[in-house]
Write a protein that binds this ligand. Structure first.
Ligand code: CP
Length: 292
């Protein structure tokens, strides 16, 4: 059993293998796995929750669901007893989405494999795998900077895991945002200061929504200024080369990170990312169960 909480203990070769396996998934030709998974989504989710549920069904893995609200956690139960209980009941993998940044708390417990479905602003490895598979499929890994992230980097778990994966694969990562939304740690990042710099230096970009639920002083956040400088308008998009691609992990807030016309532009490829939602979770279960 192996946790999939981040990419720290995964070698470059192993990450490349995971991406290759995602690209090869045929949803109609899957070897069945007899196992039991617990989906524990403590924050709202559409894509991650459904794709983990559907991936489990396609693999023949049984599903049970719970949340912190209805568990004994509210009675003071600690994590170790919670995980021991899961193990005793035959649960082999737990997919967790949480607002907390506590993936380290899970790492020493080896009897149940924990897969991150998104923790705080620090971890969303399966979205990073979706995005990497999409970049590979669209031929974007031939750039020094295959992707520049634009938007709320500070609060984004998609960005945290995406930069970790791309940096470990040997690629630079570009970023373009305002000073309020830049992460504290900028190691391994190429910081751009204008749309012109972004377009000139990267093969594609990934838009990130402004995470209103995580901004401490939301009432003082200047959305008008943010939109003026960082919204992807169709005018900016029309200056990009024909093979330029724009990605988005979703949910998309039209009118904030992208304007209505750009959101309908064929360079906006969120639909290509969606195609890998289930394959990436199939490979994540297989990885966690030592089946890959
Ligand atoms: N991209 C992503 O994590 O979407 P959900 O919040 O809908 O799962």
């Amino acid at each position: 059993m192996k946790h999939l909480l981040d990419f720290q203990n995964i070698q470059k070769k192993e990450m490349e293998k995971l991406i290759e396996e995602i690209l090869k998934v045929d949803l109609y030709k899957l070897n069945q796995i007899k196992s039991l998974t617990l989906l524990q989504f403590n924050e709202n989710s559409t894509r991650t929750r459904l794709s983990f549920a559907i991936a489990a069904k396609r693999l023949g893995i049984d599903i049970v669901e719970s949340t912190d609200n209805i568990s004994a956690k509210s009675k003071g139960e600690g994590l170790m007893h919670e995980l021991e209980t899961y193990q005793s009941m035959g649960i082999e993998t737990v997919v967790i989405r949480s607002s907390e940044n506590n993936i380290e708390d899970y790492k020493n417990y080896k009897e149940v494999a924990i897969i991150s479905g998104g923790f705080g602003n620090s971890s969303h490895p399966t979205q990073a795998l979706v995005d990497a598979a999409t970049l590979m499929k669209l031929g974007k890994f031939n750039y020094d900077i295959p992707v520049t992230y634009v938007g709320d980097l500070k609060h984004s778990r998609v960005f945290s895991s995406g930069r970790e994966l791309l940096n470990k694969l040997g690629f630079k990562v570009g970023v373009f945002t305002n000073e309020e939304l830049i992460p504290e740690n900028t190691d391994g990042l190429n910081i751009f200061n204008s749309w012109d710099e972004v377009i000139e230096n990267s093969g594609s970009l990934e838009l990130l929504r402004v995470q209103k639920e995580r901004i401490e002083n939301l009432s003082s956040f200047n959305f008008e200024k943010y939109i003026k400088h960082f919204q992807l308008s169709n005018e900016v998009l029309s200056q990009t080369p024909p093979d330029f691609a724009v990605f988005h992990p979703m949910p998309i807030n039209i009118g904030i990170e992208i304007d209505e016309i750009a959101a309908k532009n064929e360079k906006f490829k969120y639909g290509e990312q969606l195609k890998f939602a289930i394959p990436a979770r199939i490979i994540s279960y297989r990885y966690a169960l030592g089946n890959i």
